[in-house]
Design a protein around this ligand. Sequence first.
Ligand code: SF4
Length: 78
Amino acid sequence: MPDDHAVTDEEKQSMHRETDTDRCVASGQCALSAPAVFDQSDDGKVIVLDAEPPLADHSRTRQAAALCPAGAIHVHGE
Ligand code: SF4
């Protein structure tokens, strides 16, 4: 039986990102790596600017997750 739900390019490219601010140690690596996705508050804690970044920012978002010394950034999907 054919699947009548066509997967859109937008769905294929979706990336969901979660950040655990309780773990954040305010190192700032995320804001340096992906400035369109992350910023920092006055106390240095991560601020999420875009929870589902566009494809153009996926590589930088993954890099931010890899570099976060607290393991506070989790990326799901592609
Ligand atoms: S890289 Fe990690 S620890 Fe550093 S500010 Fe971003 S979320 Fe916080």
